[in-house]
Design a protein around this ligand. Structure first.
Ligand SMILES: [Zn+2]
Length: 195
């Protein structure tokens, strides 16, 4: 079993101050969260440097990913090292994730840039039910959405500054391996935790 922060912005997002080096140091120092997904806004440029830095530490793992801004709200794609082709429609992003065997996740559905109830119209793989930047009420609504859609609920800090990294985590019934983790996320072998 591993514990992961599945939503983190590095300095490759224009609104984050978390450098790849800081993110790696946070994981190395953390007592039980050893996995993080890098999900910058609309870019995968931060992935290679972050994974390169992390490769020096056998007990931590970076999951590649991206947070795509669509007109209907933000979608995380976990597992991808590329961005989908534009235009970025919800359907196009979900198809891209399915074809690549990635995991599509509705990010923070009930706050700004969230899809809200529109998420019900799409075949996503999971819902972010614990977002470190959302209010408890918004996270509660997200939990209810996941439950009513029969989808796994994930947790991610949505960190934009170092102190927010690993503020919440997802427990995943998988080993320290990206493919194993992605499969377990889709199967719902997860528990979302706030601290
Ligand atoms: Zn985000």
């Amino acid at each position: 079993m591993i514990r992961a922060d599945l939503h983190i912005h590095t300095t490759y997002s224009s609104d984050s101050t978390v450098t790849p080096k800081t993110l790696v140091e946070k994981l190395v120092a953390h007592s039980f969260i050893k996995v993080a997904a890098v999900t910058d806004h609309d870019t995968v440029q931060g992935l290679s440097v972050t994974r390169q830095l992390a490769s020096a530490y056998p007990d931590i793992l970076i999951i590649p990913g991206v947070e795509i801004s669509t007109a209907e709200g933000d979608l995380l794609i976990l597992g991808t090292e590329e961005t989908p082709a534009k235009p970025w429609t919800v359907e196009g992003v979900i198809d891209f994730a399915r074809e690549g065997d990635f995991v599509s996740v509705v990010a923070h559905p009930y706050r700004e840039y969230g899809m809200g109830d529109l998420a019900r119209n799409y075949k996503v793989d999971a819902i972010e039910v614990v977002n470190g930047e959302s209010s408890p009420h918004a996270n509660k609504l997200a939990h209810e959405l996941a439950k009513s859609m029969g989808l796994p609920g994930l947790a991610g800090s949505d960190a934009h500054q170092p102190s927010e990294v690993c503020s919440v985590y997802t427990e995943v019934q998988a080993g320290l391996d990206v493919d194993e983790i992605l499969k377990a996320l889709k199967k719902g072998l997860v528990t979302a935790h706030s601290m």
